[in-house]
Design a protein around this ligand. Sequence first.
Ligand code: U2F
Length: 456
Amino acid sequence: ESQLVAKRHIAVLAFPFATHAAPLLGLVQRLSKAIPDAKFSFFSTAQSNRSIFRNKGDDDDENENDNIIKPFDVEDGLPEDWVFSHARPNEPVQAFLKIVPGNFRKAMEVAVAETGRRFTCLMSDAFFWFAGEMAMELQVPWVPLWTAGPLALLVHVESDIIRQKIINDKRSSTDFLPGMSGIRPVDMPESILRDFESPFSIMLYKMGLMLSQASAVATNSFEELDPVAVNVLKSKLNNYLNVGPFAITSEQPPPNDPHNCLEWLDKQSPASVVYISFGSVIQPPPQELATLAETLETTGYPFLWSFRGNPDEKLPKGFIERIGEKGKIVPWAPQLQILGHESVGVFLTHCGWNSVLESVIGGVPLICRPFFGDQPLNMRIVDAVWETGVGVDGGMLTKDETIKALELILCSEKGKKMREKLKAQKELAFNAVKSGGSSDENFETLVEVVSRTSTS
Ligand code: U2F
């Protein structure tokens, strides 16, 4: 046993849906370079592991890394003959949450047996509050990664008081909380004020309670982006560490551009193109897709659309033919490089946190059409606090509202101002990741916590 103790072995428990596992793996790759004697066992579903480990690239360096970061598949909880249905998109998440943490425990035993090393640290997606309990049992540090922004995290940490003041005392904003002035009930994730009972909401609630037990909480952001929320969280959590933005701290694989989006962008004028993406999972309802298509056709702005599902079936008849070279619709796009391309003038987004950060790095103003979770909050910060985009309140995009937002960003002085503000944020981001910057120093602390062993 004593022989096993000293060797670092870090378990990493990933949430295998949306853009969660890939940023966690990116962080683990950075850590593995900083802690060369550690082994990392990375636990996710077979499907998730296949997709994120394949995207890692395959030069020699990476192969060497494979011995150090080893993927282990955990059960996904779905019947063998299961097929995805757009009518029940949440099925995989629901099935998965039913079998945690047992599926993780099983795979973790395999990893310990295979490596001959017991775990010295437990990293996880912050969603997994039970990883905090597992770490306590093992008497090792728990280091969760929160993949969204600081304000969204603060909301979960404060969910009891928010529920009490807004639901019981009928307060109309969260001004009573430091770091949260100007946030309205409509901006809150549904799990806080409405949907209390779903397994997902319960998980988020328990996460909010458990995070104070973590040895460190990492976040994909940088302190200067939302200093007020960051400071409140620093006072509530041990080692609250903003170590991003990951888009510029992690090595990015070369752009994967089979549909030649970047070549198409080269042919467009500067700051003229509308880039549209609602992230990795969301498909707006049919009526809204039709309205958006009509709006693009009427206004005539060139557009690049990363489209989930089959556009021939989902978009109005004849739209694709009529648009011709004016628009490009692809199943997946190299978003980071697209947002960094000078032809892109505006990003119509669902406000997923990764997209919001990537728009800062690219300096592209946003039109925000949030759907769920942290997205309405992200919209509120972009629109009302940073003033780097336009929010769409009340759900669906209407034609008038979209035209107005496009004109404002693409053709008015206000749009120019937004770009200037984004330029300043971008500079702060690059300063944060430089040697001696806030994210760089926070990463050093993270390395220290993750490397702790019970003998050190
Ligand atoms: C969940 O977000 P999503 O995965 O739906 O969306 P984002 O956080 O915006 O991340 C999407 C990522 O996928 C990339 C894009 C982002 O890094 O660059 N991408 C791409 O490369 N090409 C494409 O055509 C489309 C996307 C959740 F829904 C959000 O509410 C959370 O904020 C988020 C983080 O926790 O996770």
